[in-house]
Write a protein that binds this ligand. Structure first.
Ligand code: F1P
Length: 348
């Protein structure tokens, strides 16, 4: 095995795990319906690192699909600063959705245990491993085994759990046709990986770029955060995520000829978001745009699905770009510096 072989395999086979995620949600649909019809006044999504970013993407989508207030917090905050997150009125039940690849991260485990002991509400867990402590704490666990990975940085696992979170949100919002249509995503994802592999390699291997900004708004912000984390973990490159319009309010000072600005564009706000990318191009940035369609957009999905359903398509090309940059820098994408696959603490 060469450095990066696991990561490459996990990125390029991830669409199998997307399909399994849809199957898992379908098999659990009666239990999920019962859970979503139970009484709760707010929904909290939680996780750590990648799965916190997944929580951000999922909370925005859940609220968009259902109209119910949903928020994402890092599990460490839910545990250590719970009064900034949960209502002290225990008559107001909360639906807690905890997400973890490993099902063993200490912060997430302790936060869920504490919630179950001191608060009123049910717990849904999304994970890749059944035989771990976190799913055992759940009222309902959704386990997507095909998302399991050898690598430390999450790629296939993230996408699989994100697809499950999207499908569950569509179910909660009664978007049934849209949820069925998600089965078409696997083929679209494979096509994107095939067609845009050279672009991911070209941008990834260009070491004259020294900083990456990932712009995404609404349901895409959490995905921009995750793409930014891949760049940091795998390639040790300065990288940050921003909401599109926020980028003009300070961060654009950092833009120049060595900058890549990646835009995860929406359909609904395309002109406003595109304008930001054009301005950054005029300041010398290399712009990499991803969207459902658009004349000058580098990566076009042509999924013909509604915006709420196709978010996972933003991920594979950006994951591949991080993989290529890590190799070009002489790093092992499978084993990011200082990281282990799961953070287990005996201090909490
Ligand atoms: C979360 C996580 C990963 C990160 C690192 C440490 O794990 O923070 O996102 O890449 O490997 O763990 P999990 O709770 O989702 O298993």
């Amino acid at each position: 095995m060469k450095p990066g072989d696991f990561t490459y395999h996990e990125i390029t086979t991830q669409t199998e795990a997307w399909v399994e995620a849809l199957d898992v949600v379908e098999r659990s649909s009666a239990d999920l319906r019962a859970l979503f019809h139970s009484r709760y006044s707010q929904v909290i999504f939680t996780g750590c690192g990648s799965t916190y970013y997944l929580s951000q993407a999922a909370a925005a989508l859940f609220q968009e699909c259902t109209g119910r207030i949903a928020r994402a917090v890092p599990a460490g905050e839910l545990l250590l600063n719970e009064r900034t997150v949960l209502s002290s009125n225990t008559n107001e039940p909360t639906l807690l959705i905890a997400i973890s690849r490993s099902g063993a991260t200490t912060e997430t485990l302790r936060a869920v245990e504490h919630f179950k002991t001191h608060h009123n509400g049910k717990v849904l867990v999304i994970t890749n491993y059944a035989d771990r402590p976190l799913p055992r704490l759940a009222d309902l666990p959704l386990v997507i085994k095909k998302g399991q990975e050898e690598s430390v940085a999450q790629t296939r696992s993230f996408a699989s759990m994100y697809v499950a979170a999207v499908a569950a949100s569509l179910l909660a919002g009664e978007y049934h046709a849209e949820r069925s249509a998600m089965y078409q995503l696997a083929e679209k994802g494979q096509t994107l990986l095939r067609v845009h592999a050279p672009l991911a390699q070209e941008v990834g291997e260009n070491l004259s770029y020294d900083r990456f900004y990932f712009l995404g708004s609404g349901i895409r912000y959490g995905l921009a955060c995750e793409a930014n984390l891949k760049m940091k973990e795998m390639t040790l490159t300065h990288s940050e995520p921003f909401h599109f319009l926020e980028f003009r309010h300070g961060p654009m000072s950092m833009v120049g000829g060595h900058t890549v600005v990646v835009g995860l564009l929406s359909e609904s706000n395309f002109p406003h978001e595109w304008a930001v990318l054009e301005e950054m191009r005029n300041l010398g940035a290399k712009v990499l745009a991803l969207a459902e369609r658009g004349e000058k957009v580098n990566v076009q999905f042509h999924s013909q699905l509604p915006e709420i359903a196709y978010g996972v398509l933003y991920l594979p090309v950006l994951q591949l770009m991080a993989y290529h940059r890590a190799l070009a820098k002489g790093l092992d994408p499978d084993r990011p510096t200082h990281l282990s696959a799961v953070v287990e603490l005996d201090t909490l």
